[in-house]
Design a protein around this ligand. Structure first.
Ligand SMILES: NC(=O)c1ccc[n+]([C@@H]2O[C@H](COP(=O)([O-])OP(=O)(O)OC[C@H]3O[C@@H](n4cnc5c(N)ncnc54)[C@H](OP(=O)(O)O)[C@@H]3O)[C@@H](O)[C@H]2O)c1
Length: 212
């Protein structure tokens, strides 16, 4: 597949690029600042663009099979996530290319309870509440979208660098917890789930979640 990745220099995006390359896909990595592209694998095609720019998104997605976005604004600029989501959706509405978005866990419901993850300070401490709120808006923008074929992947509560085990479970709108009651997924296994969804699409205009 020809896959364009926004956020390719990030923690999740970098692992997504690596997973896609390992499966033989042609990867275009979008960076905002070419000076930061040095760590990308030589096999990727590097292009410059900003997800907030719908014209750039249309140009960068033309002729591609899929766009994956794992962008995250800097702390204090969380409002940029909505702008990036609007740019992606608007640009892809013109090219008809499918979008897989990596979002947040905050909007998932807590198993056995009535609330959402973002309202549980044990799962979302105050320091990450702004990005969790922004991810909620990001999901709402997707849910209002009726042209683009999008899918929104909410990670588990803990999303950290770790091992690529290749094993994971999928869910819908409820937080997944493992047999020890912990909600977690490594960034490597989240990338596996993303690429599995890329190759065999099962989710269309809906959110899904991944965990152990
Ligand atoms: N448990 C959870 O729910 C959880 C935990 C962690 C992360 N996440 C989510 O996972 C996603 C990725 O997070 P991460 O930790 O991998 O982020 P990260 O390491 O901070 O990387 C963010 C990437 O996004 C790029 N970016 C930001 N704004 C952009 C824009 N407007 N256009 C193009 N690229 C842009 C950055 O590029 P520059 O170098 O140009 O800034 C960078 O490559 C986010 O949606 C985050 O909320 C969820």
């Amino acid at each position: 597949m020809r896959i364009t990745v926004f956020g390719a220099t990030g923690n999740v995006g970098g692992r997504t690029v690596a997973e896609a390359l390992s499966r033989g896909h042609e990867v275009t990595a979008v960076v905002r600042d070419p000076a930061r592209s040095g760590g990308l694998p030589p096999a990727v095609t590097v292009r410059t663009g900003d997800a907030r720019d719908a014209d750039a998104v249309a140009a960068l997605s033309a002729g591609q099979d899929l766009v994956i976005s794992a962008t995250r604004p800097a702390s204090g600029s969380e409002d940029q996530l909505a702008a990036a989501t609007r740019g992606l959706l608007s640009g892809l509405a013109r090219t008809g290319v499918r979008l897989l978005l990596v979002g947040g866990a905050g909007s998932l419901t807590v198993p056995g309870g009535t609330g959402t993850v973002i309202d549980d300070p044990a799962l979302v401490p105050p320091s990450v509440r702004p990005i969790a709120l922004a991810c909620g808006e990001q999901l709402a923008l997707c849910r209002a979208e009726t042209v683009v074929d999008w899918a929104y992947l909410s990670p588990s509560a803990l999303l950290e660098p770790g091992q690529r085990t290749g094993a994971y479970r999928l869910g819908a709108d409820e937080l997944l917890v493992d047999d020890r009651g912990v909600s977690q997924i490594s960034m490597e296994d989240l990338a596996v789930a993303l690429l599995d969804e890329a190759e065999s699409p099962r989710h269309h205009r809906t959110r899904f979640t991944v965990g152990y």
